[in-house]
Design a binder for this molecule. Structure first.
Ligand code: NAD
Length: 512
């Protein structure tokens, strides 16, 4: 066997990667937070958790840093993000590999996640010279009215395990050019990649030279540490990525103190396959969207509505692809489906499949794949579930590789089912019919934040605004004008006349 087929033990490789990435040994040994690799199920680190007192201090330092950073010209702030992009380019290979070992993604997806960080840095550097406001027509003579955009404060970021590094960068790159400081609470399941990102960012800060101390903070621990960030009045904006259950707890607390919330929550994404669809392309699009990242993307395709006339052509082929796809250690060449994050994910998957069987569905795959790593590694064959009706567990997000398939006969019916679930993140239609495509993207079509034609619902680029409606939380991150959420808008009216005309013709004569 060649060396490529006998990778190092996961714990050894993780230790080497962390050393190369610049994470001090004491940060990941001897602490209370146990980190397991989903690849092998082994314990790979014991991370020191942040105490609530330390979290409060970190927020305090970030608040002080914001007060200095907001006065730095935006293009100069962009220079820090440019350096961050450079450091990420240099670290791409090692950080991508660490994502594979800590979150279980196949190597091209691990590297792709780091590429996404680099892309958003590039975007934000350009943005640092384009934080445009408007000049507005005023009804009063010799007056000028305009909008100016100002930094907001400390931007809190809470992130999920499945995009352990990219989500921070979507927020941090924008927040930094917008003049905000950032405090990040990553998932308790993926603190190592967060430590690595912070070490990388530290190098960018050192090269930059005069960034205020405390500009980027990191809080490691469980949800209680996240709660410190949610509750602190010095955090006027919080971006929280994770389950809808988390959003239900976090959202009302932020609303109660009038903080701005960017909620990026669960998805239950669907695609519609119409009679005119290019079925080869459709098959490939479905395969990546439904099985990629082992079904653990917020944008994973979970529901497929297939028209009666093409069902018997498409679904048996899909079942064959599901039967043949290589499930296994993501470090092995040819693997397309890696592990589930942990036992709870596997149990959730089996529960949903059990409920589907009881409801009379035909289930292909879904069983545990034994013999990879320790007993604490959970690999499962992706499941294709042919349903009799759009009811039962299909209506909720199960964060695992399950694709539910339902037959439909009219587009109206398919769109109605499509929009019937709580979540509203991403969606697709596979069709060569322009009327169907336009209808799907129209106000009477998909109710999601993302609606695609002839590509699956997953795999977004950073240039667009990312996020979803309804129980997905309504937040938008990344491209387009998402930056506006990280800034405070002021409307300014300037009078350069000697008179004082009031708007709407109001008079207020004080007699002088
Ligand atoms: P999770 O909700 O269990 O945890 C997410 C983060 O929230 C973690 O850091 C956790 O510690 C923190 N948290 C949980 N409850 C909290 C509370 N009450 N106060 C403060 N912090 C709290 O999610 P997960 O299992 O890590 O990730 C999977 C979920 O995330 C899925 O539902 C997926 O769809 C969603 N997700 C959404 C997006 C998106 O952009 N819409 C992206 C990635 C993942």
């Amino acid at each position: 066997m060649s060396e490529a087929h006998t990778p190092l033990p996961v714990a050894t490789e993780v230790e080497q990667l962390l050393l190369r990435l610049g994470v001090p040994r004491e940060a990941h040994t001897g602490g209370e937070l146990t980190v397991r690799s989903p690849v092998s199920g082994e314990v790979i680190a014991q991370v020191r958790q942040t105490t609530p007192g330390e979290a409060t201090d970190t927020i305090g330092r970030a608040h002080a840093a914001y007060k200095a950073w907001r006065n730095v010209p935006a293009p100069r702030r962009g220079e820090l993000v440019r350096l961050l992009g450079e450091e990420l380019r240099a670290a791409k290979r090692d950080l991508g590999r660490l994502v594979t070992l800590e979150a279980g993604k196949i190597p091209s997806e691990g590297a792709g996640e780091v590429q996404e960080m680099i892309d958003i840095c590039d975007f934000a550097v350009g943005l640092s010279r384009q934080l445009y406001g408007l000049t507005l027509a005023t009804e009063r003579a010799e007056h000028r009215m305009m909008e100016t955009w100002h930094p907001l404060g400390v931007c809190g970021v809470i992130s999920a395990f499945n995009f352990p590094v990219a989500v921070w960068s979507w927020n941090a790159a924008l927040a930094l050019v917008c003049g905000d400081s950032v405090v990040w609470k990553p998932s308790e399941k993926t603190p190592l990649t967060a430590l690595a990102v912070h070490a990388i960012a530290q190098r960018a800060i050192e090269r930059f030279g005069d960034a205020p101390e405390g500009l980027l903070g990191l809080l490691l621990g469980q949800r209680d540490i996240g709660e410190v960030l949610v509750d602190d009045h010095r955090v006027p904006i919080l971006s929280a990525t994770g389950s809808t259950a988390m959003g239900r707890q976090v959202g009302p607390k932020l609303a109660a103190r009038f903080a701005r919330a960017i909620l990026e929550l669960g998805g239950n994404n669907a695609a519609i396959v119409t009679p005119s669809a290019d079925l080869d392309l459709t098959l490939r699009g479905i395969a990546f969207a439904a099985m990629g990242t082992a079904g653990q993307r917020c944008t994973t395709l979970r529901r497929l509505f297939v028209h009666d006339s093409v069902y018997d052509q498409l679904v048996p082929k899909l079942a064959k692809v599901y039967g043949n796809v290589q499930v296994g250690d993501p470090r092995e060449a040819g693997t397309l489906v890696g592990p589930l994050i942990d036992r709870a994910a596997f149990d959730g998957m089996q529960k949903a499949l059990g409920e589907s069987r009881e409801a009379g569905a035909t289930v292909h795959g879904g069983q545990r794949v034994e013999g990879i790593g320790t007993n604490d590694a959970y690999y499962a064959r992706p499941a294709l579930v042919e349903l009799k009706s759009h009811a039962g567990p299909v209506l909720r997000e199960t964060f695992a590789p399950i694709l539910y398939v339902v037959r439909y006969s009219t587009l109206d019916e398919a769109i109605e089912w499509h929009n019937e679930v709580g979540a509203g993140l991403s969606s697709s239609i596979f069709t060569l019919n322009v009327r169907e495509a336009e209808r799907f993207m129209s106000s009477a079509g998909s109710d999601c934040g993302i609606a695609n034609v002839n590509i699956g619902p997953s795999g977004a680029e950073i240039g667009g605004a990312f996020g979803g409606e309804k129980e997905t939380g309504g937040g938008r991150e990344a491209g387009s004008d998402s930056w506006k959420a990280y800034m405070r808008r002021a409307t300014n009216t300037i009078n350069y006349s000697t008179a004082l005309p009031l708007a709407q013709g109001v008079t207020f004569d004080i007699g002088e």
